[in-house]
Design a protein around this ligand. Structure first.
Ligand code: NAD
Length: 248
């Protein structure tokens, strides 16, 4: 992995939206490095197999995005091996749903640690090398829930709204350094995360989507890819909503 290929780091790339993002960047022949934190490597190996079929070089690592030290170490390895990171996509995320009155401290902490601190850890580490070359693209995956809230998801909503504020602040800090920082806020997308929703909650969500259907991971990946392309050179600090009209 070297030469003129872009080097793209994606968190949560083993499945769902993260996998679709890996495959989208692979279509341009980029070098793909993704992390995941599944209990086993089955899905990560599936993604690696798909990337291999596309003829791109790819690497996967099991890593908890919320561990500051592990993320620092991971980036040192990446820079040693590939010299640079052109694009960072902060996609890893979890839900730990409960009504506020029943939400445990651990459920709150887990959602915030993975969804928000994970974005801080990766952005800080990637920015160091991007600043040196005065170029880079950072795309953070937020959620419509960070904008409109959701019953049983106060922790998740707080983490995803936090990503929006973080994105805008870092975009301001890096605007003169050739680095753009944007967020993509998907609506309701067909992945394992939403398959686990109770049928009633799923139907309630669907009935609120003006376009009348659930989104596809590829539809989110296309927007991420566009934000990382030259077509989006003058776009920074934005939250792009990909939600079938659920929030306007
Ligand atoms: N599916 C939706 O409807 C939807 C809607 C809006 C936003 N999102 C967001 O999109 C992103 C991807 O969601 P998805 O539906 O594809 O989820 P998913 O559950 O299918 O995949 C999540 C990915 O994140 C990784 N991950 C989880 N915890 C991690 C950790 N501690 N360290 C490293 N990796 C970790 C998993 O290993 C997996 O690769 C998330 O940030 C999610 O909040 C999803």
């Amino acid at each position: 992995m070297s030469g003129s290929k872009r080097i793209v780091v994606i968190t949560g790339g083993s499945k769902g939206i993260g996998r679709a993002i890996c495959l989208r960047f692979a279509r341009e022949g980029a070098g793909i490095i993704f992390v995941h934190y599944d209990p086993d490597d089955i899905k990560a190996n599936e993604t690696l197999g798909l990337l291999d079929k596309m003829g791109v070089e790819a690497k996967a690592k099991k890593l908890d995005v919320s561990s500051f030290g592990d993320v620092e170490e991971f980036f040192q390895e990446v820079i040693r091996e590939f010299q640079r990171v052109d694009v960072l996509v902060n996609n890893a995320g979890i839900t730990r749903d409960a009504f506020l009155m029943r939400m445990s401290e651990d459920q709150w902490d887990q959602a915030l640690l993975v969804n928000l601190k994970g974005v801080f850890n990766f952005t800080k580490a990637a920015t160091r090398s991007m600043i040196k070359v005065r170029s880079g693209r950072i795309i953070n995956i937020s959620s419509v829930v960070g904008q409109i809230g959701n019953i049983g998801q106060s922790n998740y909503a707080a983490s995803k709204a936090g990503i929006m504020g973080f994105t805008k602040s870092v975009a301001l800090e890096l605007a003169t350094r050739g680095i753009t920082v944007n967020a993509v806020a998907p609506g309701f997308v067909d992945t394992e995360m939403t398959k686990n929703l109770p049928e009633k909650a799923r139907e309630a969500f669907l009935s609120r989507i003006p376009m009348g259907r659930i989104g596809k991971p590829d539809e989110v990946a296309e927007t991420v890819y566009w934000l990382a392309s030259d077509s989006a050179n003058y776009i920074t600090g934005q939250v792009i909503h990909v939600n079938g009209g659920l929030y306007m």
